[in-house]
Design a protein around this ligand. Structure first.
Ligand SMILES: O=c1ccn([C@H]2C[C@H](O)[C@@H](COP(=O)(O)O)O2)c(=O)[nH]1
Length: 222
């Protein structure tokens, strides 16, 4: 079935609907220029992000703020009803100019390596919280937390850690973190993303319409 909505002389919208599949395909003409829009279904999108993928992707996006030239870590704290209440990435403390402090990792002088200075993503996420507290929340984080972050996470009342990588699992810091999480009832699970790559295309919003044009205001028509 085909519907045609006439606006003024140069503006029309044509919408054809397949009665069986409920797919529709529309074209609109604005100022005598025809714009074909994508075939569309009345059904909802199937490839939307799951909550786990969304919050982990948020942690990865936040990590893009990090100035660490080697490892960028992001963390995202989420309430049981799926609200983001804190994010953080690894960086120098406020007032410690990240052009002056070292980013090196294997200088013979410990004072000239980053480790004494960098605030971990997990710690920053807890300190940046925008809610009263983060009790019973879940933290999504790129790397399994170290012992120092584990203490902060436990004391803040976070109840679940969802991590992407445990590549430092052999280090005593991570072994200690696991021991503390277990003792204090913080559960941990690795996130397996449904896709290895997620692309953000800022030009997408200006590409062909994937939705019906909004209902025209008939009061403007003859
Ligand atoms: O749980 C973690 C572990 C590490 N970080 C930060 C601290 C540093 O900036 C880097 C680690 O540097 P490497 O060069 O990979 O040793 O990541 C963190 O934020 N959270």
């Amino acid at each position: 079935m085909e519907y045609q909505i006439n606006g003024n002389e140069s503006d029309t919208a044509i919408c054809s609907v397949n009665e069986t599949t409920r797919e529709y395909h529309d074209s609109i003409t604005v100022n005598n220029t025809s714009i074909e829009t994508k075939k569309c279904s009345n059904e909802k999108r199937k490839d939307f992000l799951s909550w786990d993928d969304f919050f982990m992707a948020t942690a990865f996006l936040v990590a893009k703020r990090s100035k660490d030239p080697v490892t960028q870590v992001g963390a995202c704290i989420v309430t049981p009803d799926k609200k983001i209440v804190g994010t953080g990435y690894n960086g120098m403390p406020i007032g410690c100019n990240d052009d002056d402090f070292p980013w090196c990792k294997n200088n013979p002088s410990k004072l000239d390596n980053k480790y004494f200075y960098v605030c971990h993503a997990e710690m920053n996420a807890v300190l940046n919280k925008n809610s009263m507290d983060v009790r019973n929340c879940t933290m999504y984080v790129a790397l399994f937390p170290c012992n120092e972050c584990a203490k902060i996470i436990i004391q803040a009342g976070i109840k679940e850690i969802v991590y992407m990588s445990d590549k430092y699992s052999f280090k005593p810091e991570m072994v200690a973190a696991k021991r503390m999480f277990k003792a204090s009832g913080v559960s941990t699970r690795q996130h397996i993303p449904s896709k290895q790559h997620l692309v953000l295309d800022f030009s997408e919003i200006n590409s062909n319409m994937t939705q019906m044009p909004s209902t025209p205001d008939k009061s403007n028509y003859n």
